[in-house]
Design a binder for this molecule. Structure first.
Ligand SMILES: [Zn+2]
Length: 93
């Protein structure tokens, strides 16, 4: 018997491109339900990452399903804009 939270925690094979958005939404919803939001600052290429939409500088690292296909995504904690990197941004502090 599979525990649903174990499945959602990130053992998807990167073969589900069509349903990626739905999966990511599902993971995110699951994570948000289980944990307090943990906003962090990140650095990439020696620069602190700032949201290109609203200028906020705290982000949440988002689902591993997204990472496996498009790189590493971090979601702005203020406006939810997603910034993608192909190399993992470094969390600060
Ligand atoms: Zn933003």
């Amino acid at each position: 018997m599979f525990a649903l939270d174990t499945i959602l925690a990130g053992h998807y094979a990167p073969v589900m491109g069509n349903t990626l958005k739905a999966i990511r939404r599902g993971i995110k919803a699951g994570v948000n339900a289980m944990q307090h939001p943990h906003h962090s600052r990140f650095q990439a290429g020696g620069q602190t990452v700032v949201c290109s939409h609203c200028g906020n500088d705290t982000f949440d690292l988002i689902g591993v399903a997204g990472m496996s296909i498009a790189g590493f995504g971090i979601e702005c904690s203020k406006c939810t804009h997603i910034e993608y990197f192909t190399s993992k941004p470094c969390p600060l502090g």
